[in-house]
Design a protein around this ligand. Structure first.
Ligand code: OTU
Length: 650
């Protein structure tokens, strides 16, 4: 968009730029800056226009973009141009992700390079390495309390190791995902240290208050994130003699984006890691970016403006780099993190599908799909050229974030139903085989979330203990069923590192004084390579899970209808135990895949009549892509075996 005021300012800035910027060959930089400057300027003005130093800050932002562009090495610039041309590249069904801790999985970054064959064997080609930046040895929140945003923690390696890994991945056509913890820093970060020593400039990087007056006002409307381990949203820093906002742990200081310098620093850091070869950046806790008295300080409009700015700026310097929004918020809020408009208000290309995740766990516990179907039906439409990150579980607790309105429509009292689910997964509900732990129980609100490994939550741990073949079978089927949904739903499936071999809960964290109060470590165990070896031993649990997943992943990559082009149709069917949807190939609308999942422990019937008008089951039978078998309707109905899934094609 061309607009005089902003273009005049752009010209002024370009003339005033430091000579080393003006002289470089920056053709692509300038065309992108020209295209995005109106948006950048308007957004920056909306947020910071009232400041006397507005113009200086604006110049400093543009300089940051230019300097990082100058540093961007030729092969990354080439990849930017390729991705500009092939702009739907990440919507393809060929991508399958996995999140892992580099130390827990492979010792360190060098070790990780030697373990890539395992990922490739499974078919994983997008690697999210959990945060690896320098953290204090003790209070690190699993890497989310960063002490130095530009250095890799010596426990994992060096920045050069990241670059080497990125190059290795590129050769194997794999993507690298890194975290940028945009919302807060460790209290040992240099900015926090200097704030503590009384430097006003750095106190302004955080929400710092002399007394309890402002904190108390904020607290009236702010919920608590870690009520058991870190109650309240403010911490008294004795050395500074002041209160500082700490929404997460008391040692994680919230950055204050009311200060433009903070935003510019963070954009600089984003571009720094883009330049080290990250293909995708996972922006942590984006819902929390903007705090405002009287609000919940989550999902504020300004948080979205900040993300739009980050995106617009990244598109100027490193347009091939994508963002993942980590916003574990209500379904109606999540989709807003894609942005409200693909051109004018773009935010993150990818977002965690926390809604689907929580709905899947509901279906596991209730063994029906009432809420799952409603939740999917009512999932707000997302932007074009935006895609979900679909996951069964991740390194965090499982929050039951489905919409209350959907729970009501399913015939549940939302609070009571959530209590049932927590009880079910922590094994407090009689007959439940699950072995989870409650996380973040809030006695005031009654809320709780769930920790535990996938295998332990679906009953594999108890089944193995009881040597109960039937229960082992049920657990394995559930693991595969859940993955069959995330592999076919539309979006990038993100596996969690231990799940493909059925890793169980691990209590080692209790021996670590810095971990023992945070039971999310229950499902963050050291990857067991001897257990992984058994994936090749026919008949073992590991082999049964791994080989089936590997097969489904390979098949997914071949099914063009699974690419994410807003091409899913949900079928509302009579049987409340089934999830039924079709996916249609964008290139050829006759090429459809029908996905049918049965979450019940009994076989279930599906009448084919409602499918016929959609060109499905025309011949009375379809082929299951996974097993290769033909599935034939009898008496106009199909029988879907317990806890199983079909991917049906003609
Ligand atoms: C994220 O988590 C990370 O994934 C956690 O591992 C960190 O502890 C946390 O940020 C702080 O850095 O912010 O938008 O319910 O889902 O804390 C969601 C707990 C987050 C997590 C929540 C989440």
């Amino acid at each position: 968009m061309y607009e005089q005021a902003s273009h005049a300012l752009l010209n002024e800035i370009l003339i005033a730029l430091k000579p080393e910027i003006g002289n470089m060959r920056l053709r692509h930089f300038y065309t992108r800056l020209g295209a995005n400057f109106y948006a950048i300027h308007s957004l920056f003005h909306l947020l910071y226009g009232g400041r006397t130093d507005f113009k200086e800050q604006m110049v400093s932002l543009v300089e940051t973009l230019a300097f990082r562009y100058i540093e961007r090495v030729p092969h990354l610039r080439r990849s930017d141009l390729e991705r500009e041309r092939d702009y739907n590249w990440f919507m393809s069904q060929k991508w399958v992700g996995m999140a892992l801790y580099c130390d827990r999985f492979a010792g360190d970054l060098k070790g990780l390079r030697t373990r890539l064959p395992y990922l490739q064997e499974l078919g994983v080609n997008m690697l999210h390495i959990m945060p690896i930046l320098d953290c204090p040895p003790g209070h690190s929140d699993g890497g989310y309390a960063v002490r130095d945003f530009r250095n890799v923690d010596t426990r994992y390696g060096t920045t050069e190791d990241v670059e080497a890994l990125s190059a290795t991945l590129k050769r194997r056509d794999m993507l690298l995902v890194l975290d940028v913890v945009v919302n807060h820093t460790s209290d040992e970060h240099e900015w926090a240290q200097r704030a503590r020593r009384g430097e006003k400039k750095y106190q302004d990087y955080y929400y710092v208050f002399d007394d309890r007056e402002m904190p108390d006002t904020y607290e009236e409307t702010m919920p608590e994130i870690f009520p058991t381990t870190s109650p309240g949203n403010f911490t008294r820093d004795e050395a500074m003699g002041k209160w500082v906002m700490t929404v997460f742990n008391s040692y994680q200081w919230d950055l204050n984006y009311h200060n433009p310098a903070v935003l510019i620093e963070m954009i600089d850091i984003i571009l720094f890691w883009a330049n080290k070869g990250a293909d995708i950046l996972r922006l942590d806790a984006v819902a929390f970016l903007w705090k405002k008295i009287g609000g919940t300080c989550q999902n504020e409009r300004e948080a979205h403006l900040l993300l739009q700015l980050m995106k617009d700026c990244c598109q100027v310097t490193a347009p091939g780099v994508l963002f993942i929004a980590e916003a574990i918020v209500s379904p109606s809020e999540i989709t807003k993190y894609f942005g409200e408009d693909a051109i004018n208000a773009k935010e993150c290309e990818i977002a965690y599908n926390a809604a689907l995740m929580s709905l899947l766990w509901d279906a596991v516990a209730t063994k029906n799909t009432k809420l799952l179907n409603l939740g999917i039906k009512n999932l707000p439409n997302k932007l074009e050229r935006a895609t979900w990150l679909n996951y069964v579980r991740c390194h965090d607790d499982i929050g039951l974030g489905f919409a209350d309105s959907d729970a009501l429509l399913s015939g549940y009292d939302p609070a009571q139903h959530r209590r049932f689910l927590v009880d079910y997964f922590i094994g407090r509900y009689s007959g439940s085989p699950a072995r989870g732990l409650p996380f973040g129980e809030n006695s005031e609100t009654g809320d709780a979330r769930i920790s535990g490994s996938l295998a332990s939550l679906v009953g594999l741990e108890s089944a193995l203990e009881n040597n109960d073949e039937g229960a082992i079978d049920t657990a394995i089927k559930t693991i595969l069923l859940l993955h069959s949904v995330i592999l076919s739903f539309g979006g990038i499936p993100l596996l969690y590192y231990g799940d493909a071999i059925g890793m169980l809960n691990n209590l080692e964290y209790l021996a670590d004084p810095y971990q023992r109060d945070d039971n999310r470590w229950l499902h963050r165990s050291r990857f067991d390579w001897s257990k992984a070896e058994r994936r090749h031993q026919h008949g073992t649990v590991e082999c049964r899970i791994f080989s089936a997943l590997k097969r489904m992943i390979a098949l997914r990559k071949e099914i063009t209808a699974f690419a994410d082009f807003d091409n899913r149709q949900l079928f509302v069917v009579d049987n409340p135990n089934l999830l039924v949807f079709s996916r249609t190939d964008q290139q050829n609308s006759r090429n459809k895949v029908l996905v049918i999942c049965n979450f019940n422990v009994e076989a279930q019937a599906l009448l084919i009549a409602p499918l016929l008008p959609h060109g499905l089951f025309q011949q009375g039978s379809m082929k299951d892509i996974c097993s290769g078998e033909r599935i034939t309707a009898e008496n106009d109905a199909l029988m879907i075996p317990p806890l199983s899934c079909y991917w049906l094609a003609d």
